[in-house]
Design a protein around this ligand. Structure first.
Ligand SMILES: NC(=O)c1ccc[n+]([C@@H]2O[C@H](COP(=O)([O-])OP(=O)(O)OC[C@H]3O[C@@H](n4cnc5c(N)ncnc54)[C@H](O)[C@@H]3O)[C@@H](O)[C@H]2O)c1
Length: 317
């Protein structure tokens, strides 16, 4: 699989003909995207709008603009916008080419990389979607300047997760950066996180094996999101990682001091580290979910700062 990541300024992308932008409405009226001279279709970056009806509306607008199979779509925004753009591009006229310009840290290190796209359906997040790789993912870290601190920290959680899997040195450096009151994220850290994710994706594009390690913190994280609306996804993942580290420690897979260091480092970066509901409730939510689908419960457990392994538990009656 080709590495489609590039780092630089979006100014180099334009002018382009035959391109339509699908962009986060946060940019509407700010003059940034309008200056690129392409038609822009706006999307609201909210999980409630990450739906088939938004996809239908965008398809209608593309038809109105007489978009054909040679039209090139560029998604500009956070993970919601890049997920929607990839999905629309993969189904419009059986598929058109697209590029992504992620503008949140979370999208720059995670959501826009790897070819997964989709929308929510009913109560289920990302229930409908496809695997389709973008022609390019252009990462311009200047976009992070306007990102609210809470969003930056959500991205930090996914970035720290990636480093916990593969690079202890980058983990330490990232913790130093995110300790700051208003972190200035250096491009090399964003690049390193993207490169690690890309390595996992290249080995396992459709998520049947090693790519699943990227779900570190997500089994507990999703349960937290189900039981409480207090935390954003990245925050729930941060708590999930701390819980996974504790679990790894109980199973003798991780040294107690490493588990404690992970907890302290996430807390130092301004991320929550304690679940908002009792742990027993979370285990119940995880179990119920899996019983319904008959699957095994899959955890990713850190084995040191810089490595992790899969851990499966079968659901017994
Ligand atoms: N496809 C994947 O592999 C993958 C992986 C992880 C997450 N996701 C998806 O990503 C989504 C979350 O992405 P997200 O955290 O980027 O959320 P998001 O798209 O909702 O963006 C977060 C907020 O930041 C605003 N924003 C975007 N860019 C900005 C900028 N430069 N300055 C100021 N504000 C800006 C948005 O308007 C929004 O309010 C979820 O829907 C999740 O399912 C997908």
């Amino acid at each position: 699989m080709k590495n489609n990541l590039s780092y630089g300024s979006v100014a180099d992308l334009f002018p382009r003909t035959g391109t339509i932008l699908i962009a986060d409405s946060w940019f509407q009226g700010r003059g940034i995207l309008e200056a690129w001279g392409c038609p822009v279709l706006w999307v609201q970056a909210s999980e409630q709008d990450k739906t088939l009806s938004t996809v239908e509306r965008l398809v209608t607008q593309l038809l109105e603009l007489q978009a054909d199979r040679d039209t090139f779509l560029i998604g500009v925004g956070g993970g919601i916008t890049t997920d929607i753009t990839g999905f629309v591009a993969s189904i419009y006229k059986r598929g058109v080419k697209f590029g992504l310009v992620p503008t949140t840290l979370l999208a720059q290190v995670d959501a826009a990389i790897g070819g997964k796209n989709g929308v929510n359906f009913d109560r289920y997040k990302n229930m409908l979607g496809t695997f389709r790789q973008a022609e390019f993912v252009l990462i311009d870290t200047d976009f992070l300047q306007t990102l609210p601190l809470r969003e930056l920290r959500c991205g930090a959680a996914e970035m720290l997760k990636t480093f916990l899997l593969a690079d202890s040195h980058a983990f330490e450096s990232a913790v130093e950066v995110f300790r700051a009151e208003r972190p200035q994220v250096p491009q090399w850290l964003v690049r390193r996180a993207g490169q690690i994710k890309m390595d996992f994706v290249s080995q396992d594009p459709e998520d049947h094996g090693v790519r699943r390690l990227l779900n570190l913190g997500h089994t507990f994280g999703h349960a937290i999101e189900k039981c409480s609306s207090r935390y954003a996804h990245g925050e729930a993942v941060a708590i999930g990682i701390v819980m996974a580290a504790r679990m790894a420690c109980e199973k003798g897979l991780l040294q107690a001091e490493d588990a404690e260091r992970i907890r302290q480092d996430f807390a130092a970066c301004g991320l929550p580290v304690e679940p908002p509901v009792p742990e027993a409730e979370l285990h119940k939510a995880i179990l119920q979910d899996k019983k319904r689908s008959g699957e095994t419960i899959r955890y990713v457990l850190p084995t040191a700062i810089g490595t992790a392994r899969l851990w499966e538990e079968s659901v017994t009656a």
